[in-house]
Design a protein. Structure first.
Length: 274
């Protein structure tokens, strides 16, 4: 997830840690990202109009709550609350004419009917309003019970906009609130879109609901995992079927200042330690 490249020390509202404080050279380099993430209003096609003041939380009753460090202001992050607690949420709205790589977001409506081939027995095929895109950043790369999703990325169509959300937990106690937020989105949209999610993201997420004492709360989504068709199409023509490779070679998307997912756990653990 490209959002992991954002400076975790900036989010804490204080300067970068010195080199002697970093876990290793790779983590130091990741934390010294060359530029700050622009505000949502500065992103092409993006809008933060739906957000409240970036430094102020609002509880469900509308009352003022926690004041976040000023480092969050430029990224339009707020504290999101529900019955399970709090977590941090960044939400950006894109117009459907927004172009990402070689394609406009509006093209999703044109492509969706063909995705019915994933689940031919379903009478109601995929549509933009019925699809939820999901990606996780986790504290480890395995599938064990101690692997915690600390950041969840969600994407979905809503009216004439496409919404991108990034949910972050600042400590393990906030995980249940974030999981509840994801659960609500899953209940609203029956089709789950991932890349390697059938093997990694979805089993891990379902297990976390059980580990957090929330029971088998997860919906039973109709999964569309694009890793497998990507391999079928391009395993002999691309050097790799990693998502970043497919994005660059087939979708015209070039990631900027991206941090490899393998470094995400170390960066997050340093964030917790500081």
């Amino acid at each position: 997830m490209s959002g992991i490249r954002e400076r975790m020390n900036l989010l804490r509202g204080r300067p970068s840690a010195g080199p002697e404080q970093s876990a290793d050279d790779a983590v130091r380099e990741a934390l010294r990202a060359t530029e700050e993430q622009p505000a949502a209003d500065a992103l092409p096609g993006g809008s933060a109009d739906a957000l409240m003041d970036a430094t102020t939380d609002a509880s469900p009753d509308g009352s003022a709550g926690e004041q976040l460090a000023s480092g969050w202001r430029g990224m339009n992050v707020r504290t999101q609350s529900n019955e399970w607690g709090d977590f941090l949420l960044r939400r950006i709205e894109y117009e459907l004419d927004h172009r990402h790589g070689e394609h406009r977001l509006a093209e999703l409506a044109e492509a969706a009917p063909a995705l019915a081939a994933f689940h031919p027995a379903q009478t109601d095929g995929p549509s933009p309003d019925s699809m939820l895109f999901l990606d996780l950043e986790t504290t480890g790369l395995g599938s064990g019970t101690g692997n915690v999703p600390f950041m969840t990325g969600l994407g979905y169509a809503e009216g004439d906009r496409f919404i991108v959300e990034q949910a972050l937990i600042r400590h393990p106690a906030e995980e249940r609130a974030m999981l509840h937020h994801v659960q609500r989105k899953l209940e609203e949209r029956p089709y789950l879109i991932t890349y390697n999610g059938r093997t990694f993201d979805w089993p891990l997420l379902a297990g976390r609901y059980i580990m957090n004492g929330m029971g088998r709360r997860t919906a039973n989504p109709l999964h569309l995992d694009f890793l497998h068709p990507s391999r079928s199409l391009w395993r002999n023509t691309l050097a790799s079927c990693r998502l970043s490779q497919v994005e660059e070679e087939r979708l015209g998307i070039s990631r900027k200042d991206d941090v490899p997912g393998s470094l995400a756990p170390a960066i997050y653990f340093q964030f917790l330690a500081d």
